[in-house]
Design a binder for this molecule. Structure first.
Ligand code: ZN
Length: 146
């Protein structure tokens, strides 16, 4: 199997069987984002414990890329520190802008399978939607703790 085909399979699997989907009672922060270009919607719910993710979930609808990407993001970020989340977010965006590639992307787990999306500029927003919602959650938490 070609690597690209394998990546396709992983994306389809996440889209069909999203990990950590559903809303989260008593979330410490949530953020909802729309991608009007494609009709995608992703809402991210975050519960924190001592500067780390205690639980992360998402709810949404839209194209396979948007939902698979949110699923990959929630899987990757469980239990991680805020610092790590910012790093993942930056790296994911850099991947989409073609500023990072190769082995450095391994830390993104399944989300590195979305690298091919960078060739389709109209779909990049689909891939980044869930990640931007997570980043908004972190901003809200950081602002409220100030
Ligand atoms: Zn989309």
């Amino acid at each position: 199997m070609e690597l690209e085909e394998l990546y396709q399979e992983i994306i389809i699997d996440h889209a069909k069987h999203p990990r950590h989907s559903g809303s989260l009672e008593g979330a410490d922060a949530s953020a909802s984002l729309l991608n009007p270009l494609c009709g995608d919607e992703v809402e991210v719910f975050l519960k924190v414990d001592g500067g780390r993710v205690a639980e992360l979930r998402f709810e949404g609808h839209g194209c396979s890329i948007s939902q698979a990407s949110a699923s990959m993001m929630t899987e990757l970020c469980q239990g991680k520190s805020f610092e790590e989340l910012h790093e993942f977010f930056k790296l994911f965006l850099a991947m989409m802008k073609n500023e990072e590639s190769g082995e450095k992307l391994e830390v993104l787990g399944d989300a590195k399978c979305l690298e091919g999306v960078k060739k389709f500029s109209a779909r990049i927003k689909c891939a980044t939607l869930g990640w931007e919602a997570l980043e908004q959650c972190l901003k809200k938490l950081e602002e409220s703790s100030r």
